[in-house]
Design a protein around this ligand. Structure first.
Ligand SMILES: Nc1ncnc2c1ncn2[C@@H]1O[C@H](COP(=O)(O)OP(=O)(O)OP(=O)(O)O)[C@@H](O)[C@H]1O
Ligand SMILES: [Mg+2]
Length: 289
């Protein structure tokens, strides 16, 4: 096939949707042990560009460890991890790992903002110091992001003057300020007062709708059901099952998933109407950030 034919054939398969987009994140047969503790026992996870993928499962099942492998914070003993074609498990130098972390945002339960810097400065510091963006551009983007997380009126405040939910929204904006290709969220609402959980979930919901690729670990099952394209259920370092959110929550194949969801959602959890916005409806609205 010559170059033109090859191009046309690629175009045709894309247009008809028969060619699956390559995964932005691709974990294959990932094994990781801490001493004798075999924490990840053959993990396969794929995340496509623009997807929201949620990992659910009991405490200690390996969810955070999976996220830390994706950012290169932990190196598996076996298996492969690719992020946009970069083999994360093969990165060796600190410079390579830093380059990866510029592309992958990570938001944790603890927001870890710089307490001595204003909200605006928290957003500007990494883009200007780490990637050399000019100050005016960094400030303009920071203000746009603060608007996105509904905190534009707080740019001069210090983290200590904000509620937990507000600080977490600043932390999300700070991750976005690096223009990452994807963001990982590890239980970002777990430390928050119940009243402020909703405002953080709203921000994440908006990001997902805008087409940001997100990998979420959360105990907010209703939220996971609503926003996720794919849900992975982990137990004891294995993926027990994965599938579209509607299938995992509505009709799990594994008895273990069913038991976990019953416990997590409480009795009578299934006797409720379907979410107002089925996840598929979001896809048509998406664009890459
Ligand atoms: N740095 C570490 N050193 C040793 N063991 C660790 C380390 N980090 C995690 N582990 C162990 O790995 C296992 C999986 O931990 P992980 O934090 O991935 O679980 P999790 O699914 O995120 O749990 P949770 O829902 O409680 O956050 C646990 O047995 C944990 O004790
Ligand atoms: Mg965890």
């Amino acid at each position: 096939m010559n170059a033109t034919d090859s191009f046309l054939s690629r175009l045709a398969t894309t247009e008809t949707g028969t060619a699956a987009a390559p995964a932005l994140v691709d974990l294959q047969d990932v094994h990781l042990s801490f001493g004798d503790n075999h924490v990840l026992q053959g993990i396969d996870v794929q995340v496509r560009r623009g997807e929201a993928v949620t990992i659910i499962g009991p405490s200690g099942s390996g969810k955070s460890t999976i996220l830390r492998c994706i950012t290169g914070l932990l190196r598996p003993q076996r298996g492969s991890i690719a992020v946009a074609g970069t083999r994360v498990d093969q990165l060796r130098t600190e410079a390579e790992l830093i380059a990866l972390r510029k592309r992958v945002g990570f938001v944790f339960q603890q927001y870890n903002l710089f307490p001595h810097l204003s909200v605006l400065e928290n957003l500007v510091i990494a883009p200007t110091r780490v990637v050399g963006r000019d100050r005016a551009t960094a400030e303009r983007e920071a203000r746009a992001l603060l608007q996105k997380v509904r905190l534009d009126h707080k740019e001069n405040a210090y983290p200590g003057e904000l509620s937990g939910g507000q600080q977490q929204r600043v932390a999300i904006a700070r991750a976005l300020a690096m223009r990452p290709e994807l963001i990982l969220f590890d239980e970002v609402t777990s430390a928050l007062d119940p009243e402020t959980v909703g405002e953080v979930l709203t921000v994440i919901r908006d990001l997902v709708r805008d087409g940001m690729t997100c990998v979420l670990v959360t105990h907010e099952m209703r939220f996971a059901e609503e926003v996720s394209d794919q849900v992975y259920f982990t137990e004891a370092g294995r993926i027990v099952e994965h599938g579209p959110a509607a299938q995992i929550f509505g009709n799990p194949r594994s008895e273990r998933t069913r038991e976990f969801l019953q416990r997590a959602l409480g009795d009578g959890a299934r006797a409720r109407p379907a979410p107002a916005h089925p996840p598929l409806a979001f896809n048509s609205l998406r664009f890459a950030l």
